[in-house]
Design a protein around this ligand. Structure first.
Ligand code: PLP
Ligand code: TYF
Length: 395
């Protein structure tokens, strides 16, 4: 039966984790996989999460299945977090959240919904985007297309993006990164977002906004600005959210697909389809991570603690960005790498070539993705000068 089954390579980003682990150099530096790290190089569990987990251990009474849309309290609180407390969509019954195994599960569910229920629509991804976007949408049989995002000089190219979107067939789906674009770190400004919204309206496109890093860009509320702009301006919208990074819940697989529909009846139609599709994928979602999030967001003290912890993570990465640009100054490279200070979130498209990335790894045990993507969160203030020196050596 299996004679003709070949082998595919593993995920190159996750593969970097293994290569890093095996590297005996004590001065090694992991700027590969996109997880937050603290000053000790650890990916911490937030205190708010630990407290919520303790509370759950003490109070949880059952492990029976949750419903197809997951934990209802989680869904409501997540809608508040993403769309804003008191937003008119929730009040009108026009928005709902379906709990999924992580942001990846939300993307997969959205992909299934588009493939099965919106036949004939293509999907448009930024070039470049998170590699898993490519395989998820291709994997359900959708036609995957690309719109330009960065130019050859490694700058955000909004004009090229808008020109391409203006040619997209009416009704197609366009995937946008809400903030902290993966892999580039280049985010759209407010005017850019308004212009994208104009094209979306003109071409009657369906936006699917991937929101995996709320709180890592400019702040929890600020990062949701574009999602809320689109949710208020459009009758229909898909948003995939993840609690992996901002709650530090990576392996608990916690996320949601948020749907905004034109009215509550239509929302109920769409949600019935999502529950059906999810049933064939994972039946019902895992409970623990969502229960943790609901516990935190549902209680003012815990929420305040989490907000503070998230803000500490966010500002640490922002300071690391500025620190790296400053440290490149003595090498005459501050201007060339000024974009590192302007990008948002964990990732930076550094502009380093695959050859330079390979040299950084071979000569300095600095690990980053071959495209020149660095996870700035993997850096530490004590290592900034080492990294600047290594970069200058390969430039
Ligand atoms: N979308 C983007 C852009 C991501 O970078 C990630 C990953 O980490 C995800 C979605 C999925 O996140 P999760 O780990 O919650 O599945
Ligand atoms: O881009 C990253 O590094 C993160 C983490 O298959 C990740 O989004 C990478 C690859 C993968 C799952 C998560």
């Amino acid at each position: 039966h299996f004679a003709k089954v070949g082998r595919v390579p593993g995920d190159p980003i996750l593969g970097l984790m293994d290569a890093f682990r095996l590297d005996p150099n004590p001065a090694k530096l992991d700027l590969g996989v996109g997880v937050y790290k603290d000053a000790r190089g650890l990916t911490p569990i937030p205190h708010a999460v630990k407290l919520a987990e303790q509370r759950l251990v003490d109070t949880e009474t059952t492990k029976t299945y949750v419903g197809g849309h997951g934990d209802a309290a989680f869904g409501r609180l997540l809608l508040d977090l993403v769309l804003g407390i008191g937003n008119p969509l929730e009040a009108a019954g026009r928005a709902g959240a379906t709990q999924t195994p992580g942001g990846t599960g939300a993307l997969r569910l959205a992909a299934e919904f588009i493939a099965h229920k919106l036949p004939g629509r293509g999907i448009w991804l930024s070039n470049p985007t998170w590699p898993i976007h490519e395989t998820i949408f291709a994997g359900v049989g959708l036609a995957v297309h690309h719109y330009p995002y960065v130019d050859a000089a490694n700058r955000l190219d909004v004009e090229a993006m808008l020109a391409a979107l203006d040619q997209v067939p009416v009704g197609d789906v366009v995937l946008l990164h809400a903030c902290c674009h993966n892999p580039t770190g280049f985010d759209l400004g407010a005017d850019d977002w308004r212009r994208v919204l104009d094209v979306v309206k003109r071409r009657e496109l369906l936006p699917l906004i991937d929101f995996a890093y709320q709180g890592f860009g400019d702040g929890l509320e600020q990062d949701a600005w574009a999602v809320r702009l689109f949710a208020e301006a459009l009758p229909e919208l898909l948003v995939t959210t993840s609690c992996s990074k901002n709650f530090g819940l990576y392996r608990e697989r916690t996320g949601a697909l948020i749907v905004c529909a034109s009215d509550s009846e239509k929302l109920t139609d769409v949600r019935s389809q999502l529950a059906f599709l999810a049933r064939n994928l994972w039946s019902t979602p895992p409970a623990h991570g969502a229960a943790v999030v609901a516990t935190i967001l549902g209680e003012a003290t815990l929420k305040a603690q989490w907000v503070a912890e998230l803000e500490a993570m966010r500002s640490r990465v922002a300071e690391l960005r500025r620190g790296l640009v400053d440290a490149l100054q003595p090498y005459g490279l501050a201007e060339r790498f000024a974009h590192i200070g302007e990008q948002r979130g964990m990732f930076s498209y550094t502009g380093l070539t695959p050859e330079q990335v390979a040299r950084l790894r071979a000569e300095f045990s600095v690990y980053m993705v071959g495209t020149g993507r660095a996870n700035v969160a993997g850096l530490d203030f004590s290592r900034i000068d080492d990294l600047a020196k290594a970069i200058s050596a390969v430039c």
